[in-house]
Write a protein of this length. Structure first.
Length: 442
């Protein structure tokens, strides 16, 4: 890596990270911000900077007005709504991990709103998934005449609105795909949707919250923008709110990527949806263990999915008592790992999902129980799964999804798997199933 440090007061550091892309995510998460360490930086763990405002240079000849800055030239840290040392360091790490210039926001929804403001699409193609993004689109539509169409059905991408306006998804519009999907963990072929978007001149954005590095590289498969709710796996400890938005730079070129980055940068400090210094510091701390956590959580999830799916199906290796209990409770399981198993049988080893997610299929899956009342009651029977919304933390969570999303199947439980021992998690599910059956029988 480049030994020439970037001044820690320079908010353009995410554009200049010199960490070799050949390094693994585990190494990048620890060393991609080394470029911000000066000879005077002796603390191994970065410090927390709580200041909201920063002194101008004391020497009058060093003072530069905002108006004198050239396009794309960053001022030093002035005011923390514009930039601050902790979020700059976090964004430098994320730019390497996500392979594109990256900005952070106050939440994942703030990042999605920033994308809409930045692109100002007249038509947005979006599918099922996180209901919050549909809510943000609703707010955006209050100020625009934007038309919303089904991302999975190209026949809806042109037509006539109820008030008689003709529309067609085209240049400058947005195709927004969430993969893997919230809340089920089912994946979609990014390359296919990139082709659909680009043949019409539209942008493709990928919400990859459920598949952080090293699980998915959306830019490799044709995405133009990538967003994450950094609250989830980038935070990883259920203690910070953060959104992330990255810009593709290989196909559009360095100049085009930097232009988009600085437009987003300016719009962010005007809209005010910024990450605080504490959250920036927590984010850096959390990223250091990102790969360790995500790989462990994904392995745990895949093993739980395999086990639960086996209990619900035929030919399970479990004993008859366990199968009998599970069959009374479990209806079906959804997860990208089950898709991968089917694709392996139908398309062979070189299928799109195996290529797209070679390192695992994500730590979240959908568990459907036989009845709504079972889904409502099971979380209270579990000891190791907290009944709570959100996901991505080191602890396992389970949510009766109707608590926060009125549009999903009432039998659905969203399971976010943590880093606990998977044997203990299986045992907890099993005792919960038994307690549930006994309670309903009584």
């Amino acid at each position: 890596m480049n030994d020439t440090p970037i001044p820690p007061t320079d908010p353009s550091a995410p554009l200049h990270t010199t960490a070799p892309p050949s390094l693994s995510p585990a190494t990048l998460a620890i060393h991609a911000d080394d470029i911000l360490n000066t000879p005077h930086t002796t603390d191994v763990a970065p410090s927390l900077h709580l200041a909201t405002t920063y002194r101008y240079p004391r020497t009058p000849s060093d003072l530069r007005t905002i108006a004198s800055l050239q396009p794309g030239e960053a001022p030093p840290h002035i005011y923390s709504r514009i930039s601050n040392p902790n979020t700059t360091r976090l964004e430098t790490l994320l730019s390497s991990l996500l392979h594109g210039p990256t900005l952070t926001y106050a939440s994942g929804l703030a990042a999605f709103h920033a994308l809409l403001v930045h692109l100002h699409p007249k038509v947005v193609a979006i599918g099922d998934g996180y209901h919050g993004c549909h809510g943000v689109l609703g707010v955006y539509r209050k100020l625009t005449s934007c038309v919303v169409v089904d991302v999975h059905d190209k026949s809806t991408w042109s037509g006539t609105t109820e008030d008689g306006r003709e529309f067609a998804l085209g240049k400058g519009d947005l195709v927004h795909l969430e993969t893997p999907l919230n809340p089920s963990g089912v994946a979609f072929d990014v390359e296919k949707y990139a082709a659909w978007a680009h043949e019409r001149g539209a942008w493709l954005s990928i919400d990859a919250t459920f598949a952080p590095p090293p699980l998915l590289e959306p830019f490799r498969w044709g995405a133009d923008y990538v967003m994450h709710s950094g609250t989830k796996y980038f935070g990883g400890h259920s203690d910070l709110l953060c959104g992330v938005l990255s810009v593709e730079q290989e196909r559009r070129g360095k100049e085009g990527a930097e232009k988009a980055y600085w437009e987003l940068f300016k719009e962010r400090f005007l809209l005010g949806g910024v990450v605080g210094s504490l959250e920036g510091w927590l984010g850096v701390r959390s990223l250091r263990t990102l790969e360790l956590r995500v790989e462990r959580q994904s392995r745990n999830a895949e093993e739980l999915v395999r086990w639960l799916d086996g209990l619900a199906g035929e030919g399970s290796e479990a004993d008859e008592e366990v199968r009998a209990v599970a069959k009374k409770v479990v209806w079906k399981v959804e997860h990208a790992s089950l898709q991968a198993r089917e694709l392996l049988q139908t398309e062979g080893k070189d299928n799109w999902l195996a290529r797209q997610m070679p390192n695992g299929f994500g730590p979240v899956f959908g568990l459907y129980l036989a009845e709504m009342e079972m889904a409502k009651r099971l979380p209270s029977k579990l000891e190791l799964f907290h009944h709570a919304t959100s996901l991505g933390g080191v602890e396992s969570l389970i949510e009766w999804r109707r608590m926060s999303d009125a549009g999903v199947d009432e039998r659905l439980l969203r399971v976010s798997v943590g880093v606990e021992n998977v044997v203990d998690l299986k045992a907890d599910f099993l005792q919960g199933f038994k307690a549930l059956v006994a309670e309903l029988k009584a």
